[in-house]
Design a protein around this ligand. Sequence first.
Ligand SMILES: [Zn+2]
Length: 409
Amino acid sequence: MDALQTLRKRVDEKRNQIIEMQRDLTAVPALAPQNGGTGEWEKSLVLVRWLQKLGLGTCESLPAPDPRVPRGERPNLLLTMPGRADDRSLWIMSHLDIVPPGESSLWDSDPYTLVVKGDRLIGRGVEDNQQGLVSSVIAAQCVKEAGLVPDRTVKLLFVADEETGSELGIQSLVKKPGLFRRQDEALVPDGGSEDGTRIEIAEKSILWLRFRVRGKQCHASTPQKGINAFEAGSHLVVRLGALAGKFSSRDQLFDPPLSTFTPTKKEANVPNINTLPGEDVFHLDCRILPREDLEAVLAEIRSIAEGIQRDFAVGVDIQQVQRASSPPTPADAPIVSLLKRAIRDVYGVEGRTVGIGGGTVGAFLRKEGIPTVVWGKIEEAAHQPNEYCLLGNLMGDALVMARLMIGEG
Ligand SMILES: [Zn+2]
């Protein structure tokens, strides 16, 4: 019997254990203080107890200080499994925190009490991100029980604060000297598709801009005495439409395969109809292909704004509300081919690499030069009422991860 068969048998035996793990983890709401919670401490203790019970050893604790929670810190846990080689670690990173249940009337059951319906596990957090978290633990357990040794060091990382910006989670960890190495690789099982084929390797750069147009307020019956900031701002919105033509490169990895520049939030100006607005504020949400130069985009935007200042005698202030970019993981990186092979072996489907419009924790690792893939066979029920995951997916994903751990062997 080959290693995969051995592992598959082991994973199959874990059905009840998986349900119990999911039940225990779901019962401890791990909400950030911004979401009215006390953080992930209690949940991390539940996880630690399971890891001990399974004989997987003790976690290294890498907490981030947070005076807002009773414990005074947010937990980040690292479980290391030694492998044959230690030149480049395989990281599997999942997060402990959840989002609030939302409108309770939309739930058919208590969000924090696991419900099992056939192959379906229901409860807040069961998919996001307990499916990935439990899969990684089951994978490690099965590799160990089967007497197999990972071909390289495996690092299971369980982080805090993913749902509210990651500042106290992965962002605090990438700053620790020596923890991550450039030759390491990472799987983030926190995204994917129902058929398990979608492998996310890249993100568009995100640029959120706030435009404040300054004119001169006056009575609307004598517009010649003022400068209409709303009117000038409207022309600015229209002229910014030229950005798509200027930065028009295409990349089929992404959907849509081009950079987008979308006017979005418009702040209220004057409250009454008979005042000419002296100030007007709107926002632009830019999703830019990684190959485009953000500085060139910003220079073009500034030049468009200068044209408006000249033509309408207004001032235009541009504020960067958010700016993030990360280098894509190469489509031919070893982690990508290894994952594709594992997906083929376990699910019998061909993985396909994609880029997304933006914003996963994978970007924080890519920024450190670590090739990172975001993948899972998921129902995409995250953040929804009656969130659920399929046991079959969780077990299949565990097998894929076990396959990654043992490498080419
Ligand atoms: Zn998540």
